[in-house]
Design a protein around this ligand. Structure first.
Ligand code: ATP
Ligand code: MG
Ligand code: MG
Length: 556
């Protein structure tokens, strides 16, 4: 998908264009509107839209809305918004539910050819009869119903004469096939439930494995790209295309799904986190959803580049979270203004600085991108520094502020700590320092050196701000438990939610930031990249989400 890197899907497309199998390629991104998109979907989006772009083809956005119970208009709207935000525009927008009539007619073709039958076995019986990998399946007693009887029953299923679960339509393939998917799969089920698009028109709904190949063929999709869980379904996919006499013959191609270490990537589980209140919605910045990443402050470019860098292969090993973070740092490095923010403030008084004086200091907005210009920062007698930039009794190699030590205040002066003020509990509440006017930043002072540089904001002018710091939502153990015992997955998953995934602190920012708007991004000196939160920020008090820390060398 990288413009000039090759991959096996691209090679197939190149060959299909060269041999004349296709003149134009058409791909599709086919989400089921049963949740918000996550970063895994971004991979599918980048592959499908990216390949079509590269070969002057087209991409459809198709809602695979064949399961009315789980689907919702809210999801449809969010999916469209997320695809566009990622930077893609579909040529055609489709809903699988618009093909219900055609799908029904294609099922009738199967029945007429003796290739589908109405079965009265229960769901459990069908599962039992299916057999196992080592045991052939058993034929249903209803398998030999006549074409006439099947046509009549199927029509009555459609007309609503039967209860949910009392009958299904099954493809008649091979109950002894070594591929379990080919053992007479169910293709229609009865479900008396309203659909968000078709309302009460239908009470039978097609199963995914039947619907999907037909949707692709109806839309003349040339390359139907999906993840490797569907590899075993490919013979069935081709069988439906063939036996339903579809004019177009799309080719299913599988690639390995994207997994990120320590990250839950399943709409079902993400929905549970939302429904049970572990997060404040699908767009909570801790969620690996596109909307969560957006609110946290990730950029479309960072997500696209990350996904491309994971490559297209058949395998699906998990990549590190750090890889995603790398790409957002890269993307923001030259564009995010630098600024100073104090997250856990400690008052510092510069005792030899004149009481009523305020001076404006010059600072680069982004030293890596001088075109961004300069900003001005007020400086006066009282400032805030970070609590952990002071220690009364420091260990060796602590180069920040402690009694008797001198440090540089970023963009300002050297200060030296002379006195520590404590409350009645012995808690440090104020530091008294003196500054040396000779040492002003940019003045070329070379008289002596200090080892530490700390950030600060002017106490009188600072704007109060809230900072939200994130840790992984799910602890490592979750994935371990899942790997160790797949069947207990449901029980254990929520038990591994990290209780410390969100830390909220109240601090201060530079006064020149009074006009920040939601989604504005900054690099706070030493703290990392932050994004103005779109839900909680107000004009009086901005709220900043930490996108990612800097690779910090300041830690003790
Ligand atoms: P989930 O299991 O999270 O619910 P899904 O596959 O059921 O995902 P769909 O709405 O069917 O969700 O997905 C739309 C497309 O996105 C499919 O073609 C699917 O293969 C692809 N997709 C989903 N998850 C990933 C992933 N982790 N990596 C790559 N592609 C993915
Ligand atoms: Mg799916
Ligand atoms: Mg799913």
């Amino acid at each position: 998908m990288e413009q000039n890197s090759s991959n096996f899907i691209k090679n197939i497309i190149i060959e299909d264009l060269e041999t004349g199998k296709h003149k134009n390629i058409i791909t599709r991104f086919p989400p089921e509107p049963n949740g918000y998109l996550h970063i895994g979907h971004a991979k599918s989006i980048v592959i499908n839209f990216g390949l079509a772009d590269e070969f002057n083809g087209r991409t459809h956005l198709r809602f695979d809305d064949t399961n009315p119970l789980k689907e919702d208009q809210e999801y449809v709207d969010s999916i469209k918004a997320d695809v566009q935000w990622l930077g893609y525009e579909w040529e055609e927008l489709h809903f699988a539910s618009n093909y219900f009539e055609e799908m029904y007619n294609r099922a009738v073709i199967l029945i007429k050819k003796g290739k589908a039958y109405v079965d009265d076995l229960s769901q459990e019986e069908i599962r039992e009869y299916r057999g196992t990998l080592t045991e052939p399946g058993k034929e249903s007693p209803y398998r030999e119903r006549s074409v006439e009887e099947n046509l009549d029953l199927f029509e009555r299923m459609r007309n609503g004469e039967f209860e949910n679960g009392s009958k299904v339509l099954r493809a008649k393939i091979d109950m002894a096939s070594p591929n379990l998917n080919m053992r007479d799969p169910v293709i229609y089920r009865i479900s008396h439930v309203s659909h968000h698009n078709t309302g009460d028109k239908w009470c039978i709904y097609p199963m995914y494995s039947f619907a999907h190949p037909l949707e692709d063929a109806i839309e003349d999709i040339t390359h139907s790209i999906c993840t490797t869980e569907f590899e075993d379904q490919r013979p069935l996919y081709n069988w439906f295309v063939e036996e339903c006499e579809m004019e177009s013959k799309p080719q299913q191609i599988e690639f390995g799904r994207l997994n990120i270490e320590n990250t839950v990537m399943s709409k079902r589980k993400l929905k549970q986190l939302v429904d049970e209140g572990f997060v404040d919605g699908w767009d909570d910045p801790r969620m690996p959803t596109i909307s969560g990443l957006r609110r946290k402050g990730f950029t479309p470019g960072a997500i696209r580049e990350f996904v491309k860098a994971t490559g297209i292969t058949k395998g699906s090993g998990a990549v590190e979270e750090a890889m995603l973070e790398h790409f957002v740092r890269e993307d923001l490095k030259l564009t995010a203004p630098r600024t100073m923010g104090v997250l856990n403030p400690l008052k510092l008084v510069i005792t030899n600085y004149p009481e009523d004086q305020v001076e404006m200091l010059d600072a680069e907005i982004n030293p890596e991108n001088p075109d961004m210009g300069m900003r001005q920062i007020p400086f006066s007698r009282e400032i805030y520094i970070e609590q952990d930039d002071f220690m009364e009794d420091p260990p060796k190699k602590y180069f920040r502020l402690f009694p008797g030590n001198e440090v540089r205040l970023k963009h300002a002066y050297f200060i030296k700590c002379n006195e520590v003020i404590k409350d009645e509990n012995g808690q440090v509440i104020e530091i008294h320092c003196t500054y040396d006017p000779e040492t002003k930043s940019g003045s070329g002072f070379t008289g002596r050196k200090v080892k530490g540089t700390i950030h600060w904001v002017d106490a009188k002018h600072a704007i109060p701000a809230e900072f939200r710091l994130y840790e992984p939502l799910i602890l490592d153990a979750e994935l371990e438990a899942e790997a160790a015992d797949d069947s207990s997955e449901d029980k254990t998953f929520l038990d591994y939610v990290n209780p410390k995934s969100l830390e909220i602190v109240q601090g201060f920012i530079e006064p020149n930031m009074e006009d920040v708007k939601p989604q504005d991004k900054f690099q706070f000196f030493r703290h990392g990249y932050f994004n103005v939160d779109s839900k909680h920020s107000t004009a009086e008090k901005p709220v900043f989400n930490r996108i990612v820390s800097l690779k910090s060398s300041f830690k003790l």
